[in-house]
Design a protein around this ligand. Structure first.
Ligand SMILES: [Zn+2]
Ligand SMILES: [Zn+2]
Length: 359
């Protein structure tokens, strides 16, 4: 699934003369290949009508080598442009979405730069009330795993892993939110693309699009059920892909290059959106096929992704859960063990089946 990313600094220029630097970061030490092991923050240097903008897009994970890699990226940029640029020179930090690999570095950055930190409204609470969020999601996740049919021991492992990777972060201040500033900051324009994450945005600077994790080059961005977090889920995600397509179509000038939070740049954004939509249609079809026989989300996950290990088990369960939820919401599935559910006060494994089944 993962691809070895370019570990050298990359330099791009927009049609409007802005300089963009892709800073490679090692994000997660020692996690499975399904997880985004490596990724990027971006430094954009552009003159606005009201002065220079020196903007960092995303902040890395704050785990392992991510912060040193970020510092090394600034040094490499300084060498390349022949004048020093450091963290205190930043004017803004824009976070594409509140996943740890994109905002975790803020705890390190917060005290080292006067840059104003911005995020979309729907992800604000994750950053400012992080401990609360972690507790609530762990609880919902526990229930989801029971209903998905995951055995107890594995459930405890998975929740332990979920909490472990996230405990290094603590709440940080946020200085502004994107809707409150009209979805643009100087020459940067944002589009809200909920789905992969509730407050996900893509950010346009002239003819370059920063796509965060909404569109990636080689993998379909991870989905989890909206049942776990409002404004996520496959329905929002697919609608956001259409929204992005329309936004790009309506713009006066085309997007020449798309830079994601992971993996290589994308030249053909619309072609890549088409591919991702196709993949989800196939996955929905596979899910329906599996559900000809009543089964749990765990069994759907095994049919879709086979044997996976470590943190990937959780990611695969969430992905399967998102597809089951999408089909269920459209009246294509029924709950097979309804009487058992009615008889139980505590959550139990839920078995679904298709209704009616495809040929
Ligand atoms: Zn993400
Ligand atoms: Zn990511």
């Amino acid at each position: 699934m993962s691809q070895t990313p370019q570990l050298e600094l990359q330099r791009f220029q927009t049609a409007g003369g802005a300089e963009v630097f892709q800073l490679p970061l090692r994000l997660f030490p020692g996690m499975g290949s399904f997880a985004p092991l490596q990724g990027y923050a971006y430094l954009a240097l552009v003159d606005g009508d009201d002065g220079p903008y020196r903007v960092l897009i995303d902040a890395g994970s704050g785990l392992g080598d991510s912060n040193p890699d970020l510092e090394a990226g600034f040094q490499a940029v300084s060498m390349l442009i022949g004048k020093p640029i450091h963290l205190p020179d930043l004017t803004h930090i824009l976070i594409t979405h509140a996943h740890i690999d994109h905002f975790g570095g803020l705890t390190y950055l917060e005290s080292r730069t006067p840059a104003k930190i911005g995020i979309h409204e729907l992800d604000l609470r994750v950053l400012t009330n992080y401990e609360e969020r972690l507790t609530l999601v762990a609880r919902r996740l526990g229930e989801f795993l029971i209903e998905a049919g995951v055995p107890q021991e594995q459930r405890q492992n998975l929740i332990g892993m979920y909490q472990l990777s996230k405990r290094v972060f603590h709440s940080v201040r946020v200085d502004f939110t994107f809707e409150a500033i009209g979805m643009h900051l100087g020459p940067f324009e944002m589009l809200h693309t909920p789905g992969h994450c509730a407050g996900h945005v893509v950010i346009r600077l002239h003819d370059i699009l920063f796509s965060g994790d909404h569109v990636l080059r080689n993998i379909s961005p991870h989905q989890s059920p909206e049942h776990l977090t409002l404004s996520t889920g496959l329905d929002h995600y697919l609608k956001s892909l259409q929204r992005l397509r329309a936004w790009v179509d309506e713009a006066s000038s085309p997007i020449r290059l798309t830079l994601g939070g992971h993996q290589a740049p994308i030249d053909d954004l619309i072609g890549r959106i088409d591919e991702i939509e196709r993949l989800h249609r196939q996955r929905l079809e596979q899910t329906l096929q599996r559900l000809k026989q009543p089964c749990t989300i765990r069994e759907v996950s095994q049919a879709l992704f086979g044997e996976v290990h470590g943190y990937n088990v959780l990611l695969a369960l969430e992905e399967a859960g998102a597809h089951v939820e999408y089909l269920y919401q459209r009246g294509l599935l029924s709950v097979e063990n309804l009487q058992e559910l009615e008889a139980s006060d505590a959550p139990i494994a839920v078995r679904y089946r298709c209704l009616p089944c495809p040929d």
